[in-house]
Design a protein around this ligand. Structure first.
Ligand code: GLN
Length: 232
């Protein structure tokens, strides 16, 4: 498909705080891997982006109702979602993991969640996973809209654990957010850029073309290194 995205401005929905993929820098600008990626691809392909930091579930709803042209939000490519959205090529491998408060020595496995409450993000893979094992291990899942609120909830003791994407948990933990992981990662989908099914095919084609170019010329790796290279 030839890209006809030239010169257009696309409205792109994203999460609020999902570092290192999207978050606000000290001056209040949306930054992170997803933000750098979509801007670099726009630059390469000749389109502009207007970022809307809506929250994950809200961004997906906005995409479904065509209020945004695309979503980049650490959004996993899943079979369920493929029924209603069209995805780009995958650009980052991810999955779900559990985290608990750093000073918690009572929860070391899913078995220890019996009778307790855990938090996960509304509409996210972490929520789907937590719900899928909730009956087996006898815990309750409370859904919240933002990762930051989820982590606060665990630190304040309102919930004993959070299920979220492991690169995001790892980044936060490395920055001393007061959480720790005690169980293995669970397999999950890779991240993709999404448009509404059948909509903006030229934008999707431009994203894929731009992504391939950024991978080939090393800029994709530079973006990852900017946020993920150790030591911080
Ligand atoms: N990768 C997860 C999903 O797509 C979570 C994304 C997010 O919280 N921004 O469900």
């Amino acid at each position: 498909v030839t890209s006809t995205a030239n010169g257009k401005t696309y409205v792109i929905g994203t999460d609020t705080t999902f570092a290192p993929f999207e978050f606000r820098d000290t001056s209040g600008e949306m930054t992170g891997i997803d933000m750098d990626l979509i801007r670099a691809i726009g630059k390469d392909q000749g389109f502009n982006v207007e970022i809307r930091s809506l929250g994950f579930n809200a961004a997906l709803q906005a995409l479904s109702s065509n209020q945004v042209d695309g979503v980049i939000a650490g959004m996993s490519i899943t079979d369920e979602r493929k029924k209603i959205y069209d995805f780009s090529e995958p650009y980052f491998e991810s999955g779900v993991q559990m985290a608990v408060a750093a000073n918690d020595d009572t929860v070391k496995s899913y078995e220890d969640l019996k009778g307790k409450t855990v938090v996960a993000k509304t509409g996210a893979e972490g929520e789907t996973f937590a719900k899928s094992i909730a009956d087996k291990y006898g815990f309750t899942v409370q859904s919240l809209d933002q990762s930051a609120t989820m982590y606060e909830s665990v630190k304040s003791g309102n919930a004993v654990a959070v299920f979220d994407d492991y690169p995001v948990l790892a980044y936060g933990i490395a920055q001393g957010n007061g959480l720790k992981t005690v169980t293995d990662k669970e397999a999950g989908g890779s991240y993709g850029f999404a448009v509404n099914k059948g909509k903006n095919p030229e934008l999707l084609a431009a994203f894929n073309d731009g992504l391939a170019k950024l991978k080939a010329n090393g800029e994709y790796q530079k973006i990852l290194d900017k946020y993920l290279a150790a030591p911080k």
